[in-house]
Design a protein around this ligand. Structure first.
Ligand code: GRF
Length: 198
């Protein structure tokens, strides 16, 4: 039986597309749901075009009632019965209570070489810090924001004329290589870390 994968997005879903495309016939997992908190997320149409079920759990009606949003999010996920949840450009902070319900099954991709630069604006902060390298990390999600066990990392050089936008653009293709490679191992219960260099 293939592992069932739910993918959570908030925007364009380029990482979701990379994950879905990699889950071929020989892959130990299959995509069963793409869920977004944003009804206007471009990734929803991409998922539907690839034949993947989609659903929206809009966070806005809950207006700060995080528990209410997470209760609906949890119900939608339970209905899909995933073995693995991939956060892929999912921009909502999840509470420790929610994470505890799925801990050990939830992965996230973060655009920095963790534990450096947790949180937002990682490309700008890397440049401001004068980093010679930048990268992305796939980690297991725990209650500590961007702090869970590292499952894989990809590294790119920082170029002297880099801006935050073009650094992000150069990193994205590496994200699209790293996340599928980590998911393939994770779904095979292979805990060796993935390391990629551009
Ligand atoms: C990516 O940079 C990812 O690292 C971050 O969200 C950005 C957009 O991802 N988590 P996607 O194109 O929506 O997958």
């Amino acid at each position: 039986m293939k592992k069932r994968v739910a993918i959570l997005i908030s925007g364009g879903g380029s990482n979701m597309v990379a994950l879905v495309r990699d889950m071929d016939a020989g892959h130990p997992a299959e995509p069963v749901l793409v869920l977004s908190n944003n009804p206007d997320a471009g990734g929803l149409a991409k998922a539907a075009d690839m034949g993947i079920s989609t659903t929206v759990v809009d966070h806005r009606p809950f207006k700060g009632n995080r528990a209410g949003f997470e209760a609906e999010l949890h119900s939608a996920l339970v209905a899909a019965n995933p073995d693995i949840i991939c956060l892929a450009g999912f921009m909502r902070i999840l509470t420790p209570d929610f994470i505890a319900k799925w801990e050990g099954k939830m992965l996230n991709i973060h655009p920095s070489i963790l534990p450096l630069f947790t949180g937002l604006h990682t490309h700008q902060r890397s440049l401001e810090a004068g980093m010679a390298v930048h990268g992305c990390t796939v980690h297991s999600v725990t209650a500590e924001l961007d702090g869970g066990p590292i499952l894989g990392q990809a590294v790119i050089p920082v170029q002297s004329d880099d801006t935050p936008d073009n650094l992000a653009a150069r990193l994205l293709p590496m994200e699209h290589r790293l996340y599928p490679a980590v998911l393939r191992k994770f779904a095979s219960n292979d805990d060796t870390k993935v390391v990629l260099f551009s």
